[in-house]
Write a protein that binds this ligand. Structure first.
Ligand SMILES: [Fe+2]
Length: 454
C-alpha cells in the first residue's frame, strides 16, 4: 500500500492510443514543488521556477518508463525467472486494463459473493519449525492460489517465518511468485527494507501516522503489480489496521448510474501540481512569462518521461492561486481481472479525491498540513470525469465512501502476520495509528493461476 497519494493512475486500456502513457514521476514532484510553494514570494519567483524545472529533471530523469510492447511483455516471465535467480527485480508490469466491454447491469447481477479476506491460521504442529513453515507454503501452493483467486486476499497468521525480512522473502519464493520492482521505485518514495529482495516499507513514518490511507489498487503511472504480500514486523501500539475491500463486491454494490456513467465517461486523476502563483505578480510580464513557463515545464517533462500527460492551468483549491496541474490520461474505473475476467471496481478514487481526503482530515487530522499556508504539503490529487474535465461530484464521492467503507474489512496484523492479495481483485488502505509501526510489502507479477487447484 502506501503513499497512496503518490499513486498516479493512468491509462493503458485497449481502446486508448498505444502511445498513451501516464506520468509517474511528476506525481512525486508535488512534494518538493508544493513544499517550495510555502516560501515562494514574488522576489523568489525565478528561484522557484528554476527549482521546479530542476526538480522535474532530477526526478523525471530517474524514471525508466518504456513503451509497452508485445516483445517486452512476452519476455517478462523469462526475465523474471532469471532475475529471481540473480536476486534482482524485474520492472513493475504495465497495468492490465483489458478490454472495455463490461455490461454493467448484466454483470452486476452475476457477481458471486466470497468472504474477503480469507483467514488462515498456522497449525500448531509447525511451531518453531521454520523449514516446515516454508514447505507448508510450497506444498499448499495450488490451494493458496485457489483461495487467492476466489477470496481476493488471504491473511496468514501465526507464522514465525515471516517475523523477519529474511524469512518473509522465502514465503513468496515458496509460492513461486515473481517479485517485481516497487512501482514507486523510480521516485524513491518508499524506503526499502531489503531492496534486492523487493521488501519495501509500508506507510509507517511517524509524520504520516494520522493520515488515513484511502482505499486504492496499487498503481503508479502506467504500472501496477499483479499481487502483493504485506507483512507486519511490528504492530502499532494503537490502530494502523490494514484495510481490504473486494473490488467485485464494490462493483455489485455501487449505484448503477454512477457505475455506468463513470465507466462510460472514464476518469482522470490529477496527480501533481506546480504552484506558479508568482506569475500573477509579474505585472505586464505575466502574459509573456506564462507561455514560457508552460513551455519549459512541458518540455522538461517530455524530455524526461516517455508517456503523455496533460499540463493544465488551474487554480489552487486552497488559496485560489495559479497552478500548473498534471493530469493523468483517462482510465476506466472498472477492469476485468486478467485471469478470471471478472469485473471489479478499480483505481484510486477513494484515496485521490480531494473531497474525501478533506473529510477524513476533519476526523483524523492531518500532520501533513502546512499551518503557515493552510495547504497540504503533499496531497495534491483529485478526480475528474475524462470527457468534460469536471470534478466528480461530492455527493458521488460521498456515496463511494459509504460503499467503500461498508465493504472494507479491518485487519489488525500482529508480528509475522501476512496479507497476500491480488491487486486486480481487492483494494487496500491503512488506518491511522499511534506509536511505532513497521509493516512492509513485496510486489509481485500476477500469479500464474494455471497452478491453482480446480
Ligand atoms: Fe498501496
Amino acid at each position: 500500500m502506501d503513499l497512496a497519494f503518490l499513486s498516479a493512475p493512468a491509462l493503458e486500456v485497449s481502446h486508448a492510443p498505444a502511445a498513451a502513457r501516464d506520468l509517474a514521476s511528476p506525481v512525486a514532484l508535488a512534494r518538493p514543488v508544493a513544499n517550495s510553494a510555502a516560501s515562494t514570494t514574488s522576489s523568489g519567483s525565478l528561484t522557484a521556477t528554476a527549482a521546479a524545472v530542476a526538480v522535474v529533471g532530477a526526478v523525471a530523469g530517474s524514471a525508466r518508463r518504456q513503451s509497452t510492447s508485445g516483445v517486452r511483455r512476452s519476455g517478462r516471465r523469462a526475465a523474471a525467472q532469471v532475475a529471481r535467480q540473480a536476486g534482482s527485480l524485474t520492472d513493475c508490469p504495465f497495468t492490465a486494463y483489458g478490454t472495455k466491454d463490461v455490461d454493467v447491469p448484466k454483470e452486476r447481477s452475476e457477481v458471486v459473493e466470497h468472504a474477503c479476506p480469507l483467514e488462515v491460521q498456522m497449525s500448531s504442529d509447525l511451531a518453531g519449525d521454520l523449514e516446515g513453515q516454508k514447505k507448508w507454503f510450497a506444498d499448499n501452493l495450488p490451494k493458496i492460489y485457489k483461495d487467492l483467486k476466489n477470496h481476493g486476499a488471504v491473511v496468514f497468521r501465526g507464522f514465525e517465518l515471516s517475523e523477519e525480512a529474511s524469512g518473509f522473502t522465502q514465503v513468496g519464493e515458496a509460492l513461486e511468485l515473481e517479485r517485481c520492482e516497487d512501482p514507486l521505485h523510480s521516485v524513491a518514495a518508499r524506503d526499502p527494507v531489503d531492496k534486492e529482495k523487493g521488501v519495501y516499507e509500508a506507510v509507517n513514518k511517524p509524520s504520516r501516522r494520522k493520515f488515513y490511507v484511502g482505499m486504492h489498487n496499487e498503481m503508479v503511472g502506467n504500472r501496477a503489480p499483479g499481487a502483493a504480500i504485506f507483512v507486519c514486523f511490528k504492530a502499532a501500539e494503537e490502530g494502523g489496521e490494514f484495510l481490504i475491500a473486494d473490488g467485485r463486491k464494490m462493483f455489485g454494490k455501487l449505484d448503477q448510474e454512477f457505475l455506468e456513467s463513470s465507466y462510460d465517461r472514464e476518469i482522470r486523476y490529477s496527480t501533481a501540481e506546480f504552484p506558479v502563483g508568482f506569475v500573477e505578480s509579474l505585472g505586464p510580464l505575466q502574459g509573456v512569462a506564462e507561455p514560457v513557463l508552460y513551455g519549459i515545464m512541458t518540455q522538461a517533462l517530455k524530455a524526461k518521461v516517455d508517456f503523455d500527460v496533460e499540463l493544465r492551468w488551474e487554480r489552487s483549491g486552497y488559496d485560489g492561486s495559479k497552478i500548473l496541474q498534471v493530469r493523468a490520461l483517462p482510465q476506466v474505473p472498472v477492469v476485468r481481472h486478467p485471469y478470471t475476467g471478472e469485473p471489479a471496481w478499480w483505481g484510486s478514487m477513494h484515496s485521490h479525491s480531494e473531497f474525501l481526503r478533506s473529510e477524513r482530515e476533519k476526523v483524523f487530522g492531518d500532520e501533513g498540513l502546512d499551518t503557515t499556508t493552510g495547504a497540504s504539503r503533499i496531497n495534491k490529487t483529485d478526480v475528474y470525469y475524462a470527457d468534460s474535465g469536471e470534478k466528480v461530484e461530492d455527493d458521488r464521492m460521498k456515496h463511494l465512501d459509504d460503499v467503500t467503507m461498508e465493504t472494507a474489512v479491518k485487519v489488525k496484523m500482529q508480528k509475522g502476520d501476512m496479507v497476500l492479495l491480488d491487486n486486480y481483485l481487492v483494494m487496500h488502505g491503512r488506518c491511522p495509528f499511534e506509536g511505532t509501526r513497521k509493516h512492509a510489502v513485496t510486489w509481485y507479477n500476477s500469479p500464474d493461476y494455471s497452478k491453482s487447484e480446480a
